[in-house]
Write a protein that binds this ligand. Sequence first.
Ligand code: DX5
Ligand code: ZN
Length: 225
Amino acid sequence: MNGMPYQPLIAPSILSADFARLDREIERIPSADWIHVDVMDGHFVPNLSFGAPVAKAVGRVTDKPMDCHLMIEDPARWVRDYVDAGAVNVTFHVEATDDPRGVADLLHSAGCRAGISVKPGTAVEPYFDLLEHVDLVLVMSVEPGFGGQAFMPEVLDKVRSLRAEIDRRGLDVLIQIDGGIDASTIGECAAAGCDVFVAGSAVYGAPDPDAMVETLRARALDARA
Ligand code: DX5
Ligand code: ZN
């Protein structure tokens, strides 16, 4: 790793929040580092969540970095809407485009950070040549589409492989993990090399969501110490 102190970032997913009161749901997690916004189109994944108008509304009610995770087909057509909504990072799936480099370049030219994501069954090594062109790699630890699923520990081999490659090349690329992250699974993810942790049901299902954000961060720090 690069000698800087390890700073795990906790990104609660509003997919598990009460959609009727998103402003208040975001106010309940002042300790969050990023706000994770899960966009699903009913085609790339078998579920529909919300789109750019809701992301825009979220962007208006928080100063925290908004991290949009696009589980949609044809991301090149839509990424600009999420930049305009105020996203600091937009992540799209490599399985959804023939030209991930082009989509990343589009985001960068719009002044936004770019992330690529891989589903559990997608190998990450074929995308190593993209690492110079992205800011983040999201390793899905459940099949994308729904919150509340069980963590798939087998994806941690991909995290370890990515961590080694990023460090070997001295790149400034964050590794994010998403799906089934809670107080019992975050430690092994941190130890494997993850930097950014998405948690939906663990945070919004907790009696005190903000205390859970703090717990998750502490567990990640402990596991890496
Ligand atoms: C799943 C989404 C996740 C989801 C995580 O397709 O990308 O961000 O909200 O939910 P939990 O933390 O409940 O697995
Ligand atoms: Zn997500």
